[in-house]
Write a protein that binds this ligand. Structure first.
Ligand code: SAH
Length: 339
């Protein structure tokens, strides 16, 4: 069965023509799938029974099936979706006021070996654009939506499907580029490619350490030199004007000392880009690391602020629903969640 999700209006028009239908039927399909978010051809009431049956014979809409939703009392929801090959991926939705942020996965597992992360080094395959967009369409509520590519996987190791997903979420689903964020471990070529894509999406870079040596201890694969990553960030800023976000997970006694903050502040100040550091309290897994104390995080933040860097501390949400990257999927793989 071929999947229609992940195709642009122009491509859907071609499919309509190939079935002997008028091109405008393709535009109707796009409206139903991306704007009205219907998941079956039967619901496309202006298509006619004949047309719907013809589509049904060859095509499917969304390749995802909702397997489980964990709902936290603070409103955070974590979805486990089943793919057509029986594999599972996770998506998190975090409501805040009139907005919600949906955090999507881009790969099945992740090939990057972050030693503190529950999804590290259990890699299956890249997700398709349909599987990425499907996560947004199935979890989206009726509020305005931000989408962050910050779930499981490294988006820039799946560039083709990532870029297609960004274009469709923007052009077809109607989410503004400024409400889309791609987060990377720092794949230099990927940052450069995104800079040339011509979309002003937000770029997040998971830095976690101000020096290559410490970074190498925390992240085991796909490492580029910090200087090269920051040069690419600079290019991104020059091309798009978007402020760069740096994510920094706070690991007690590992990367959270004042000397680290000083180093980080000076390093970032040596570039021309506008930036912002997001300190992430560590969501503890069985990795052996523990989260820095609130006082330590505050001191780190102050030190950066004194060096003239914008800093925020990420609010912890979804504790107790395995909201840390990869936790829910891992439990599923280990058979701790009944199917
Ligand atoms: N590969 C991309 C996107 C996925 S990870 C990247 O590295 O940016 C999304 C963010 O969550 C990263 O900054 C990652 O380091 C962080 N993260 C992973 N596990 C975490 C945990 N247990 N607690 C807090 N942050 C975590």
């Amino acid at each position: 069965m071929k999947t229609l999700l992940g195709l642009k209006t122009k491509e859907l028009e071609q499919i309509a023509l190939s079935l002997g239908l008028d091109a405008y039927r393709g535009r109707q399909l796009a409206q139903w799938m991306y704007r009205k978010r219907v998941t079956s051809f039967e619901a496309m009431t202006d298509l006619g029974k004949d047309t719907r049956e013809r589509l049904l014979q060859t095509y499917a809409i969304n390749p995802l099936k909702e397997k489980r939703v964990h709902q936290h009392q603070d409103g955070t929801a974590k979805y486990l979706f089943e793919l057509e090959d029986g594999e599972c991926i996770e998506t998190v939705k975090i409501p805040h006021g009139d907005w919600e942020t949906i955090c999507v996965s881009t790969q099945l597992g992740c090939p990057i070996g972050c030693t503190f992360c529950a999804s590290g080094l259990d890699y299956g395959r890249n997700l398709t654009a349909a599987e990425i967009i499907g996560q947004v369409l199935l979890s989206r509520g009726d509020t305005s939506t931000n989408v962050v590519f910050m779930g499981i996987g490294e988006p820039f190791l799946n560039r083709k499907e990532l870029f297609r997903s960004l274009k469709i979420l923007n052009g077809e689903v109607g989410i503004g580029a400024r409400h889309l964020t791609v987060s990377t471990i720092g794949i230099v070529e990927g940052i450069e490619n995104l800079a040339h894509l011509g979309m002003e999406v937000n770029l997040g870079i998971s830095l976690h350490a101000p020096q290559d040596e410490l970074r190498r201890r925390l992240i085991k694969t796909h490492l580029s030199r910090l200087r090269d990553i920051l040069k690419a960030a600079d290019l991104y800023f020059q091309k798009t004007g978007r402020r760069i976000s740096f994510e920094y997970v706070m690991l007690s006694g590992v990367n959270d000392l004042l000397k680290h903050a000083t180093h980080l502040g000076r390093l970032l100040k040596s570039f021309d880009f506008k930036c912002h550091v997001n300190l992430i309290p560590y969501n503890e897994t069985d990795s052996g690391y523990s989260s820095s104390s609130p006082a330590r995080i505050r001191a780190f933040q102050q030190c950066l602020e004194e060096l003239g860097i914008n800093v925020t501390v990420r609010q912890e949400r979804g504790k107790g629903i395995q909201a840390a990257c990869g936790q829910l999927r891992r439990q599923h793989l280990e058979g701790k969640i009944p199917s």
